[in-house]
Design a binder for this molecule. Structure first.
Ligand code: SF4
Length: 393
């Protein structure tokens, strides 16, 4: 038998325990490991000397960075604040220092282009049934062990197949497909900031909505600038623990909380997604702390999605989140006072539906991405006329 790493041992232990014991016991065991131990910080590092020798057609000088001495640069887009010497590549893999200037290598070269239903983002309180033109280049500023799109998020721009689509062409395609919105999504849009913001600027002029689907790991200045073009967002709240953010995601919680506050202050509609990863993010005490923070800082009206984990990438040995855990989380969050709580990756379930927070009548029924029932008229409940938070048709 080959040598087994500590992490592999913990994961295989979790699988074994979950097969012989009620899952919350395994969850409690792993949560303790994940939250209490001080090791296993998986934050990314600079790729020294990995920049290409020259620029390519899809390069664009960075918008928010500073030049330092000895031709070093520091990127100001996200809390990683990458300091790069000439020839270095960033933590997010798509930004480089070439001879003292910071360039993004992800501008107009998306590797994922799709037309999606808005429910897929997920955005449940924004123009139901509308179509979203969705784009992504490679790159991410985090290192989530459970990444669903790791093939593009953890790749360099030249390592994947892409198509050429500069901002004005994105707008044309959006119009051709009769999509109402553009989503910057799939990988981490913050890392292709220049491409996103230039596209968003034109979209705003054309009356097309801009949607940011993100991990929320961004600095204040770029977020404020982006906010002036944003119409909606879905931001991951991956856990409510700094230790778990370090171990599971390679990031930090505090900047994400600041992002929520900024979006709230800017009056932008957003929804939150919490992926319930067994053994890491299935702790009820943490959930209650999270709900308390949301209620105190953002109020009860922003939709919260509990999404089901399925085994993948570096956590492919963990079991999927039991449905009972998700249902329990939804019940607890609603009991704490959050008005709109949903389940994700659970196709047919009442946790996908929208119920009026005042009279509890069914407002929107969702069957997968289909919506057979919509009882929201002019942004209000058809039964009791209560205003429903969101952006409606
Ligand atoms: S956006 Fe990329 S280059 Fe900029 S600080 Fe974040 S990880 Fe580093």
């Amino acid at each position: 038998m080959g040598k087994v790493s500590r992490r592999q041992f913990i994961y295989s232990g979790a699988a074994l325990i979950s097969s012989i014991a009620p899952f919350n016991i395994a969850g409690a065991f792993l949560n303790k490991k994940a939250e209490d131990s001080g090791v296993d910080d998986i934050r990314g590092t600079i790729f020294k000397g990995d920049a290409p020798g020259k620029l390519w057609k899809w390069s664009h000088e960075g918008y928010i960075y500073k030049k330092l001495d000895k031709k070093k640069v520091v990127c100001g887009i996200c809390p990683n604040m990458c300091v790069m010497s000439p020839g270095d590549r960033s933590v997010c893999r798509s930004r480089v220092n070439i001879d003292g200037t910071l360039y993004s290598l992800a501008y107009g070269n998306p590797c994922a282009v799709h037309v999606d239903p808005i429910e897929k983002k997920p955005l449940y309180h924004f123009k139901p049934r509308s179509k979203v033109f969705s784009i992504a280049t490679t790159g991410c500023n985090l290192r989530c062990l459970n990444c669903q799109n790791w093939q593009i998020s953890q790749a360099k721009p030249h390592e994947v197949r892409f198509q050429e689509l500069f901002p004005s062409e994105v707008i044309k395609k959006t119009e051709n497909y009769l999509a109402e919105s553009i989503a910057y999504t799939y990988s981490e849009a913050t890392t292709y900031y220049e491409y996103m913001i230039d596209t968003a600027r034109i979209a705003r002029e054309k009356g097309i909505y801009n949607l940011w689907i993100s991990n929320g790991y961004i600095n204040r200045k770029p977020l404020l600038e982006l906010s002036s073009f944003l119409d909606g967002a879905n931001v991951n709240l991956k856990s409510f623990s700094e230790a778990i953010y370090r171990k599971l995601n390679g990031g930090s919680l505090e900047p994400v909380l600041k992002t929520f506050k900024i979006l709230h202050d800017q009056g932008i509609h957003f929804e939150m997604t919490n992926l319930v990863v067994p053994g890491y993010v299935d702790n009820e005490d943490m959930l209650k702390r999270m709900c308390d923070w949301i209620l105190e800082n953002l109020g009860p009206d922003y939709p919260l999605h509990f999404s089901r984990f399925t085994p993948r990438y570096k956590l492919n040995r963990l079991p999927p989140t039991p449905l009972s855990t998700l249902v329990r989380f939804r019940r607890i969050a609603m009991a704490e006072g959050i008005n709109y709580v949903y389940l994700g990756n659970v196709p047919i379930h009442e946790g996908n539906n929208t119920y009026c927070h005042n009279c509890r009548e069914l407002l929107i029924e969702r069957q997968g991405y289909n919506i057979p029932v919509n009882n929201i008229k002019n942004g209000k409940c058809s039964f009791c006329r209560t205003i429903i938070p969101g952006v409606w048709n």
